[in-house]
Design a protein around this ligand. Structure first.
Ligand code: SF4
Length: 388
């Protein structure tokens, strides 16, 4: 596959978001099955940065001078790059102007004041993988940062917000086991370290991870429901809007980039392990996956070595439904009609609303309420069974 084959998959006349995958971590967390490489050398980081910038410039050249709508640097832990390499990357992304929202992830132990000048100048949002303030939970999860490094990173993030005005988001993990007081962990973080946004995930055991091999006893589905419901209620009572299954925002602070995932909108992913939904000018939908190792990615020619899978209408419909029903923006019924070839509003919605609990019609969208968010995946299965 050539660079043009990659670039021609996207419709550059429409808004485009950019995702960059940084596949480096200081060490592997015990629960993590994402592709990332610990113990990388400076030479690898330099070579990765150079390669990535060449690819960003190739994509920029198709943007006709327009900035990306949003951009997101995720990981891994982008803090592993250090401030100089990260600055080179964010400058390349902003060559046509700064995206309206530009986020980077970073772990608490990696944040330092050396990164601060990048916020305000380029980046508008910091998303920090905190996970817990309970030292036992951090050890259980095999996190690299201990509690003092975690608190130090949180305090620095608060200072960064004061100085730059950037949005702050923290990631937390819950449902660890009966020994863990989930609600006091979450409330402890929200009280001590105010943020604009929180992502709260229930722990899942991924095959092949050290945590999975230890076979810990996690809460059963009923208990998990109780724990999540308690956290969701607490956050809503404390000024957060619950806008996606795992995501909460102060009013006006939703993550616009991630909303584009749930709206099943176009974004372009770069870096080993990145995947993108591409909506061609011909209306065809494809899934582009970059399946390189770090070394393979560095060695390959730019924008090559990717897989392109054309999606059938049914597959595109499945993705649209799975994303839309887990998001308070709702499932776009016009697009459902386009992919499924059915009169959704007249035929589907009246039927499906008799079965699905926790969903309602809002204009052209089928929207979950809090109960719907709790059962979003099952609801998507029901709807797709009905369609196909
Ligand atoms: S820091 Fe994030 S990506 Fe890296 S090992 Fe831990 S959970 Fe996985």
């Amino acid at each position: 596959m050539s660079p043009d084959a990659f670039l021609d998959s996207f419709d550059f006349s429409k808004d485009l978001s950019l995702y960059i995958h940084v596949p480096f971590c200081i060490s592997k967390c015990d629960y993590c099955a994402f592709y990332s490489v610990p113990n990388h050398s400076y030479e690898i980081l330099d070579a990765y940065t150079c390669k990535l910038i060449s690819e960003i410039e190739a994509v920029n050249s198709r943007m006709e001078g327009r900035p990306y709508l949003t951009a997101f640097i995720g990981g891994g832990n982008p803090g592993c790059l250090g401030p100089k390499r990260l600055e080179m990357i964010v400058r390349a992304v902003c060559a046509n102007g700064r995206p309206s929202e530009f986020s980077t992830e970073m772990n608490p132990e990696s944040l330092s004041e050396d990164f601060f000048p990048l916020f305000g100048a380029y980046l508008t949002r910091l998303s920090m993988g905190v996970q817990s303030l309970d030292p036992t939970a951090l050890a259980f999860l095999g996190r690299n940062a201990d509690i003092s490094q975690t608190r130090r990173g949180l305090e620095l993030s608060q200072k960064l917000k004061l100085l730059s005005g950037c949005d702050l988001s923290y990631d937390l993990i819950t449902c660890l086991g009966s020994w863990h007081d989930e609600l006091s962990d979450v409330s402890g973080i929200t009280c001590a370290y105010p943020s604009d946004h929180l992502s709260v995930y229930a722990l899942t055991l991924e095959e092949g991870t050290p945590l999975c091999r230890r076979k810990p006893v996690l809460p059963d589905p009923d208990m998990q429901y109780e724990i999540l419901k308690g956290i969701w209620d607490y956050l809503e009572q404390n000024g957060f809007e619950h806008y996606e299954v795992s995501n909460f925002a102060r009013p006006g602070h939703r993550c616009v980039h991630n909303c584009r995932y749930w709206q099943y909108s176009q974004y372009l992913g770069l870096g080993p392990g990145a995947a993108s939904p591409a909506f061609g000018k011909d209306g065809k939908v494809s899934r582009i996956s970059i399946n390189h190792s770090v070394i393979g990615y560095i060695a390959a020619d730019i924008l090559t070595g990717f897989d392109k899978e054309m999606l059938s209408s049914k597959e595109a419909c499945e993705e649209l439904v799975l994303m839309g029903l887990r998001y308070k923006g709702g499932l776009n019924l016009s697009r459902l009609e386009e992919y499924a070839g059915i009169k959704a509003r007249q035929v589907l919605v009246p039927e499906i609303l008799k079965t699905l609990v926790g969903f309602h019609l809002e204009g052209n969208f089928l929207v979950p309420d809090d109960e719907g968010l709790m059962t979003a995946d099952a609801a998507a299965g029901t709807l797709l069974d009905w369609l196909y």
